[in-house]
Every structure is written in C-alpha cells, then in structure tokens.
Design a binder for this molecule. Sequence first.
Ligand SMILES: Nc1ncnc2c1ncn2[C@@H]1O[C@H](COP(=O)(O)OP(=O)(O)OP(=O)(O)O)[C@@H](O)[C@H]1O
Ligand SMILES: [Mg+2]
Length: 259
Amino acid sequence: MKVGTTRNREEVPFLKVTNLTKQFGGVRAVDTVSFDLNKGEILGVIGPNGSGKTTLVNLITGFVKPDAGKVFYQGKDITGMMPHRIADLGIARAFQMVKPFYQLPAFKNLIIPLFSPRVKRLAGGKYGDRDAIAIDLLEEVGFERDSFVPFKMASVLPHGYLKRMELALCLALRPELIILDELFSGLSMAEVASMLPIIEKLMSENLTIIMIEHRLRELFRISNRVIVLNYGKKIAEGLPKEVMESEEVKKAYLGSETE
Ligand SMILES: Nc1ncnc2c1ncn2[C@@H]1O[C@H](COP(=O)(O)OP(=O)(O)OP(=O)(O)O)[C@@H](O)[C@H]1O
Ligand SMILES: [Mg+2]
C-alpha cells in the first residue's frame, strides 16, 4: 500500500475543503465537511447511498453552490465559481450518471474538452488534430482501435465503454485533479480489473485523484487515504485499514453495504 506523501507543514494543500455545507430543503446533504488533499495523492471517498458523496463533488466542481464553507485549489479560493472556470483550472470530473452525445461516434464525444481554452493554452496556442488526439485518448482508456470501437456511435456502446469514455473526457482536459464519481458502478469484476491498471498509470504520472467508490476492495488497493461520509458528515478519515476498523464506520457503512 502506498503511504500519503509527506509534505512541509507550511506548504499550501493542493485542495483544501473547509466546513463545506449544502442543505436541500430539510436534508443536509453535505454537513461541515473539511479535508485536505496533497498533490499526487489518491483520496477515496466512501459512504452509504445518499450520504452526500456526489453533492460533495458538485460543490467542489461548481455545479452546486455551498450554503457555507470554502474550497481552495492550489491556494486559490474557487468557492462558488462556475463549473467551466473550475474545469479551466484543471479540475476534471467523471459523472456518476453518464450522459454522452448518443448520436455521435465515441471519438467525437471528446470534442468539447478538446476545444477548451485550457487545452489550447497548454498546447501552446493551437489545438492540433483533435480527432487523432481523441482516438489516442480512447485507446488509453481501453478502446480497441483496431476493432473500430472509437468510431461507433455512443448509442451502441455497452455501459463499460461509456464509463471508460467518461474517464477519457476527464483526461482530454489535461487535468491536474480528477474526481471520479463511481467510475466502476455497473461494471463487472472483469471490467473493473481491466480498468484498475489505467488508474494506476494515472497515479504513476502524479495526477491527483479523488475517487468515490462503493467497490471497497478495489478502492482500498489504490487509495492513500479514505474519508467516510454518513448523512453528509465526515465520520472518519485515515488509511483504508484504519477506517475500516472504526466501529462508527462499520455501523454506518458496512451495516448497510456488503462487499
Ligand atoms: N438537487 C438535489 N435536490 C434535492 N435533494 C438532493 C439533491 N441532490 C442530492 N440531494 C439529496 O442529498 C442527499 C445526498 O445525495 P448524494 O447524491 O450527494 O448522495 P451520494 O452519497 O452520492 O449517494 P449515492 O451513493 O446513491 O450516489 C440525498 O438525500 C439526496 O436525496
Ligand atoms: Mg452519488
């Protein structure tokens, strides 16, 4: 197991979330959640259904505005910024529910991030051959180029490919932080096993990752640290092993989830 990177106390955390709170009617979806994330770290986020994981992602990425609390990215206050501006800073997210352009071929689905100002900037002011870049990205996440899968309509692709495409959409942005909201949901054990090396490769490239997962075995294999949400509150944080030994976590999480 990889242990979290040690860093100087004075250093600004890569991502800092403080007291983030969001209420929907009578439901406190996210309740005073705080955590830090270091560059190159992979943070697992777990919790029962409805515990606030997706809302936390929405708050960090600007899709939902917090009622209270702050999000700092590389020292910059990004709280309440528009999603496209947050993406432009290099934070990409994979959605729990995939919503591709079904009437476009898979590789054309990557066109939006590949047209982004960030990508142009990082490529020195010109976009390059976006179709070729898209096909390379899809190959990177496991599309077989030779079987013409990248050229198939998204509407005919199995769920496993759409989840891979979701990851490719993130990578197309050339992000520094990626937030994966249940990337493995709906995948078979074999499909998850084939995706793990892709995530491990991203880790070796020093990408910073927040990974929300119900698939605990796989998540714990790759996470440096895990936080646990329950009813919107962070109830535990630590190494995967430490977290799973917590009585509160067992009661809240394993009491309702069996893996
Ligand atoms: N837009 C919304 N309007 C009203 N309530 C919402 C909204 N989004 C989320 N909620 C509520 O907030 C709570 C947290 O939901 P959220 O989707 O963040 O949980 P989750 O941990 O991602 O769940 P899951 O594991 O099922 O994906 C739930 O009670 C949910 O019904
Ligand atoms: Mg969710």
